[in-house]
Design a binder for this molecule. Structure first.
Ligand SMILES: Nc1ncnc2c1ncn2[C@@H]1O[C@H](COP(=O)(O)OP(=O)(O)OP(=O)(O)O)[C@@H](O)[C@H]1O
Ligand SMILES: [Mg+2]
Length: 361
C-alpha cells in the first residue's frame, strides 16, 4: 500500500514532469513580482534560462507591454484573472514575438503568486492576418479611388463653366465665380491625393541613405531642427532598386506624421539595417533593406491602430488621413512592405525593400 507520503512524492514528480513537458510557456512570480520559476517551454521562448531569470523583476520580460506591475499587483489583490491576446514582447531587434498571455493568482506555501501562461501566436497565423489586412486595404483603396474618379470628372466641368461664366459677369459678381473656382481647385487637389500615385515607378539603383538625407533636408527646411533627427545607418547596405522620388515621398509622409506627433523633448531616429528571411505579402524574401522611422512621442491613438493604413483614417482633426495610405501604395509599388509597431514612447514604422528581386515561397 502506498503511504500518503508516497502519493505526495508521486504527485510532485508528476507535476514536475508535466511542467517540463508543457508546450505552453509558464512563468511564476512571487508576491514582489520577481521571477521564481520558468518552465523549459518558457526558457525556449525567452531564450533565457531559469538560472538567468531567477529573482529578476517581471519587467525583465514584460517591460513596455500591457502586462504592467500595477495590473499584476491588482491581480494579486483581487484574484481576478487577466488575459491579453496580442502582447508583443521585444528583447532585441531580432528577438521579438507576439503571445497570448493569461495571468492568474495561485498560492504556493500559503503565499499568493502570479502564474503566467504564454502562448506564442503562430507565425503562419500572423502572416495570413497580414495578407488579409493587405486585401482589406486594397479593397478600401479601390473603393475610394472609384469614388474619387467619379467626383473628378464633373468637377472639371464645374470649374470650366465657372470660368466661362466669369467672363460674362461684372466685377462684384466675379467674386462668386472666383470662389467656385478656388473651391473646385481645392477639391481637385484632394481628389488627386485620393486617387494616389498614378505613374509606374522609374526603378534605378540608389543609395538608401541619400534618399533619407533628402528627406532630412526637406523637413529641416520646413519645420524641424536638424538635431531632432538621429541617424543610425548601416553603411554596408548595398544599393537598392527603387524610384528615388517615390521612396522619398513614402518616407517623408511618415516623418511628417512623426513631426506632428512629437514635441521639443522627443526625437526621430532613422535607422537602416540589412534583414534576412522576412515575409512580404506571404512570400519569404531572403535579403531585404530595412528602413525604420522611430519616434519616442505619444504613440498612435489605439482606436486607429488596426486601420492605420486605410485611406481617410486620421487621428488629427485637420488631417485628411491619406499620408500613410499613399506611403503604403508607394512601398507596394516597390514589392516592399510597410508596417508599424506603436506604444506610448515608441512608434516604429518599418519599410522592407527586397534586395534580391527574386522571391521564394
Ligand atoms: N508617429 C506617429 N505618432 C503618433 N501618431 C501617428 C504617427 N504617425 C501617424 N500617426 C497617426 O496616424 C494618423 C494617420 O496618418 P496619415 O498620414 O495617414 O494621415 P494624416 O497625417 O492624419 O493626414 P495627411 O497625412 O493626409 O495630411 C495620423 O492622423 C496620426 O493620428
Ligand atoms: Mg500624415
Amino acid at each position: 500500500m502506498a503511504t500518503r507520503q508516497d502519493i505526495l512524492a508521486l504527485k510532485k514528480s508528476y507535476q514536475e514532469a508535466l511542467a517540463n513537458q508543457l508546450v505552453t510557456a509558464v512563468i511564476i512570480l512571487n508576491s514582489n513580482l520577481d521571477i521564481v520559476y520558468v518552465n523549459p517551454a518558457a526558457e525556449a521562448l525567452l531564450i533565457k534560462s531559469l538560472a538567468k531569470l531567477y529573482g529578476r523583476p517581471a519587467s525583465t520580460i514584460f517591460a513596455n507591454t500591457t502586462i504592467t506591475d500595477s495590473r499584476l499587483t491588482q491581480l494579486l489583490d483581487s484574484g481576478q484573472e487577466l488575459t491579453d491576446s496580442e502582447v508583443v514582447i521585444e528583447f532585441t531587434e531580432s528577438h521579438r514575438f507576439t503571445a497570448e498571455i493569461t495571468a492568474s493568482s495561485v498560492e504556493f506555501n500559503q503565499v499568493a503568486h502570479v502564474l503566467l501562461e504564454l502562448k506564442q501566436i503562430d507565425q503562419q497565423k500572423q502572416i495570413s492576418l497580414e495578407v488579409f489586412q493587405q486585401q482589406q486595404w486594397l479593397a478600401a483603396r479601390d473603393l475610394i479611388k472609384g469614388l474619387a474618379h467619379e467626383i473628378k470628372n464633373p468637377l472639371g466641368g464645374l470649374r470650366g463653366a465657372a470660368q466661362l461664366l466669369n467672363k460674362e459677369l461684372n466685377e462684384t459678381q466675379q467674386e462668386y465665380t472666383a470662389m467656385i473656382i478656388e473651391q473646385a481647385d481645392r477639391l481637385t487637389n484632394l481628389v488627386d491625393r485620393l486617387l494616389g500615385p498614378n505613374q509606374l515607378p522609374q526603378i534605378q539603383q540608389h543609395n538608401v541613405h541619400s534618399v533619407l538625407e533628402k528627406v532630412c533636408q526637406v523637413v529641416s527646411f520646413s519645420q524641424l531642427h536638424e538635431s531632432k533627427i538621429i541617424r543610425d545607418y548601416d553603411p554596408s547596405i548595398p544599393l537598392i532598386e527603387c524610384d528615388q522620388e517615390k521612396l522619398q515621398q513614402a518616407v517623408l509622409n511618415i516623418v511628417n506624421n512623426a513631426i506632428q506627433a512629437i514635441n521639443d523633448e522627443h526625437t526621430i531616429t532613422l535607422k537602416t539595417r540589412i534583414a534576412n528571411n522576412k515575409t512580404i505579402n506571404g512570400k519569404r524574401v531572403k535579403l531585404t533593406a530595412q528602413i525604420s522611422i522611430i519616434d519616442n512621442g505619444p504613440g498612435i491613438p489605439p482606436h486607429i491602430q488596426d486601420t492605420l493604413f486605410y485611406p481617410m483614417v486620421s487621428g488629427n482633426s485637420n488631417g485628411t488621413g491619406l499620408g500613410l495610405s499613399i506611403s503604403q501604395t508607394l512601398i507596394n509599388q516597390h514589392q516592399g512592405k510597410l508596417s508599424c509597431h506603436s506604444r506610448p514612447g515608441h512608434t516604429e514604422f518599418i519599410i522592407l525593400l527586397p534586395l534580391q528581386q527574386k522571391t521564394e515561397h
